[in-house]
Design a protein around this ligand. Structure first.
Ligand code: C5P
Length: 308
């Protein structure tokens, strides 16, 4: 083994929410044109890449990670294998994935694990690839992988992989209400298509007022501009989500919406104390599995531990 390379690299990678998710018409490649504003939250998954005497890449799932795919469909494993193939890496690696982001919850949990695996293996194998090179590779695995690498708050265009940083002031406090069930992203998009079959879906655009509110750090205005074009589709598949969103507004949330393709719902709180009250109140409704407090924006996938 090359002594200059680390023996293990640990990476934290954030969940995302979409403060605005505008969905355009279905494209010929099967994706929808998006105009979105992503924000990365301090709810993170952790990937440790450990040097391995073998030449294969293998995955272990840490206990308590939920129902994560273990085989070749796992995005962290796919990411490491893609990196190895593209750059003709001889070494292997053992990936240990520890999750706290809900699986199939609309928070890009799988995509952020891919982002974490790319950053971890890039360092473990001493490839020295720049962020935009990893991002290009990540976009082959999923539309949200580039944002998992980028983090912060960003505009997403095309299918979500073309990013531009957004200026924000201060920290936003969210309550993230996870669901008892999951939703499949392609099925939610297909429902969106069915619900909109009789009208011309316009090209989506992010409202300037939201970007101005983020720049000013005006939480009330941000709350009023939260919007998700996939929400009606997610609610049609999980009608109880509507009750949960209403409950959040009744308890004083500045804004409430389904996160991405759902079924996780997010609520903008006035401050940390209000977030605590809101989380307790939402937990008490019995309409969600858990209500956790998370703040954003935070950075994208980053190395938190490395061992020689
Ligand atoms: O890119 P990703 O693998 O996360 O996308 C999963 C599925 O979600 C796609 O196969 C597509 O059905 C849908 N999707 C879409 N438009 C996007 C992003 C995802 O229709 N912009």
């Amino acid at each position: 083994m090359d002594v200059a390379l680390p023996s293990s690299v640990g990476v934290d990678s954030p969940a995302k929410i979409n403060l605005f998710l505008g969905v355009g018409p279905l494209r010929a490649d099967g994706y929808h044109e998006l105009a979105t504003v992503f924000q990365a939250l301090d709810m993170v998954d952790h990937v440790t890449a450990v040097a391995d005497p073998g030449t294969a890449v293998q995955l272990e799932i840490a206990p308590g990670s939920g129902r994560v795919p273990k085989g070749g469909t796992n995005l962290a494993l796919k990411a490491a294998r893609l990196l190895k193939r593209k750059y003709k890496v001889k070494q292997g690696a053992r990936l240990i994935l520890s999750k706290s982001i809900p699986v199939a919850g609309g928070m890009a949990g799988g995509s952020t694990d891919a982002a974490a695996a790319l950053v971890a293996c890039n360092a473990l194998w001493g490839l020295g690839l720049a962020l935009d090179e990893l991002s290009e590779l990540g976009a082959e695995l999923g539309s949200d992988v580039p944002f998992g690498l980028h983090g912060g708050t960003a505009l997403g265009a095309s299918r979500g992989e073309v990013l531009t940083p957004v200026l924000t002031t201060g920290t936003f406090v969210w309550v993230v209400a996870t669901s008892f069930t999951s939703l499949s992203t392609p099925e939610v998009y297909a429902t969106f298509d069915r619900l909109n079959a009789t009208r011309d879906v316009p090209a989506p655009a992010v409202p300037r007022a939201l970007l101005a509110a983020l720049r000013r750090g005006d939480h009330e205005a941000v709350g009023t501009h939260l919007h998700n074009d996939l929400q009606a589709a997610a609610i049609s598949m999980r009608p109880e989500l509507d009750l949960l969103l209403e409950a959040g507004i009744d308890y004083g949330a500045l804004g409430a919406m389904v996160s991405g393709s759902g079924p996780t719902c997010v609520f903008l709180a006035k401050d940390p104390e209000h977030a605590m009250e809101l989380a307790v109140a939402l937990s008490g409704t019995g309409l969600c599995r858990s209500a956790k407090i998370a703040t954003g924006p935070v950075p994208g996938a980053r190395i938190t531990r490395a061992q020689d």
